[in-house]
Structures are given as C-alpha cells and as structure tokens.
Design a protein around this ligand. Structure first.
Ligand code: BTN
Length: 258
C-alpha cells in the first residue's frame, strides 16, 4: 500500500482549526526542519506543516543523522507559543505520536526519555524540537516528527538492533495518511489544552518506559549511571546515582542497562 501524501488528501475534512491548514509538500527534501525554519522566519501561519516523502539530510537529536527513506513520515510543524509552554513541547509531541500510532495500528508505544517513541523496546519514532527564543519571547518553535511506517529495517542493518517500523511490527503496511491526519489532530488538541493549565506531564510520565530502570545517560561529554527515578514537569530526568544523590539531567541520551 502506498498512499498518496498530497496536501489535499491530508487537509480534506481534517478536524483541526489551524494545524495542517497549510501543507508544504516535497517528494524529496534535505530536511523539513530547514524549510520550516525559513518559513517561520518569514512569518508562515501557525500550524503550517512541511512534509516530505524522503529526506536526504534528515536531522536527529544531538546532531545525529535521521534516516528518512520513502515509506516513512517526515514532517515539521510551526508554532508561535508562549515561552511558558515550551517545556511541554517534548511531552505533547511524543504523546501525539504515541496516540496516533496506537489508534491507527493497535500497537502499544511507550516513551524513552525524553521523547523517543518505542514499540516492543525498539525506536519507531523520533522527535526533534527546535526553537528560537529571545529573552522571554519565542520567535518560533518547530516540532519535527519522523516515524518509521512502511520500512523494512532489514534493509538498514546499522540501525536494525535499535529501530523498528510499524510495518515490521505488524507484518503489513500501514496507511501513512491515517497516521499523519490523526497526528495533526492530536498535536492541535494537546497544544490547545496548555493555556487552560491542563498538563500533558502526567500522561507523558506514565508512558515512560525509562522510569525505575537502571540507565546510562550521556549528557554532553559526561556519562552517568544510575536509576531513572522520575521526570520533572520541566521535562528533565531525575537520576539516582550509586552514592544516593539525585541529579537532574536536562538533555541527554538514555540507554537502558537491564
Ligand atoms: C531523533 O530521534 O533523534 C529525532 C529525529 C527527528 C526526525 C524528524 S523527521 C522530520 C524532521 N526533519 C528532520 O530533519 N528531522 C525531524
């Protein structure tokens, strides 16, 4: 099954107010983040989506490369949020991905701190958030989401041990259109809950596969090992070290040890 990703097929009867009202689609692109940033800098409407069938220079967290061949989903969404909502972005983006995968496929995704989405312990979706903030003003924030939908991971031996795809998990192809449409609806729904003070934090925490586990965390050049005790409302990870001290990690990469 190869469903068309034309902008009209996504926007037709889409139940959103502003996310996905404008979709800029490319069959092939270096990175949707690059176009989204240019669009945001020139004042594109909030909710504008940049979508590509394939990226040739997909960007991951921590300056890594994100493999983005045909068959996957690669999109970025532009926001102009208040600075107070920025810490919730990793939470709402990962939950929107979790919900859309769950509803469309019936699989049960979990989150690995901060915002990797795993199915059966392997990564199926990555999220990258980039923002430009001056003082207390957010110029823009971009949520980039990559989902391995219809990919044969056996064709990508380098990432096979740690990654999976929806089609590999199910043994059949999945409609990218359904996943994208639900994802956009969920992104908007969760984003609109923020001003009312409703928190996405509790569900993000409860979906976290990391908590209670012995982990290694690489943060910058430092490696820590300990038990991932909790996550804080600002999105950071609370790690209990072997000397019983509790440290707060704002950004990093977690490897589960057991
Ligand atoms: C990660 O897990 O390291 C984050 C991966 C984010 C990938 C998405 S795909 C759409 C958007 N465009 C990019 O170049 N990166 C993000």
């Amino acid at each position: 099954m190869e469903d068309s990703l034309s902008p009209a097929s996504i926007t037709d009867n889409l139940e959103t107010r502003f996310i996905g009202r404008r979709i800029i689609y490319y069959p092939t692109l270096r990175s949707t983040m690059e176009v989204a940033r240019r669009e945001a800098q020139t004042g594109a409407a909030e909710g504008t989506v940049i979508l590509a069938d394939e990226q040739t220079a997909g960007r991951g967290r921590l300056k890594r490369v994100w493999l983005s061949p045909k068959g996957g989903i690669a999109l970025s969404v532009i926001f102009y949020p208040s600075v107070a909502y920025l810490p919730s972005f990793i939470m709402l983006a990962s939950l929107a991905a979790v919900h859309s995968i769950e509803v469309v496929t019936g699989l049960k995704p979990r989150i690995k701190w901060p915002n990797d989405v795993l199915v059966n312990g392997k990564k199926v979706c990555g999220i990258l958030i980039e923002s430009e903030v001056k003082g207390n003003i957010v110029d823009y924030a971009i949520i980039g989401i990559g989902i391995n939908v219809n990919l044969r991971l056996s064709h990508f031996p380098d990432i096979l041990p740690i990654a999976t795809s929806l089609s590999d998990e199910l043994g059949r192809d999945v409609s990218r259109l359904d996943v994208i449409r639900y994802l956009l609806v969920e992104l908007e729904r969760l984003y609109l809950t923020l001003p009312a003070g409703e928190s996405v934090y509790e569900e993000w925490r409860d979906r976290m596969v990391t908590l209670g586990k012995r982990v290694q965390v690489k943060s910058g050049k430092t490696k820590y090992e300990g038990v991932a005790e909790s996550v804080a409302r600002d999105g950071s990870l609370l790690l209990r070290l072997s000397d019983s001290s509790l440290i707060k990690i704002v950004a990093g990469d977690v490897t589960l040890r057991d």
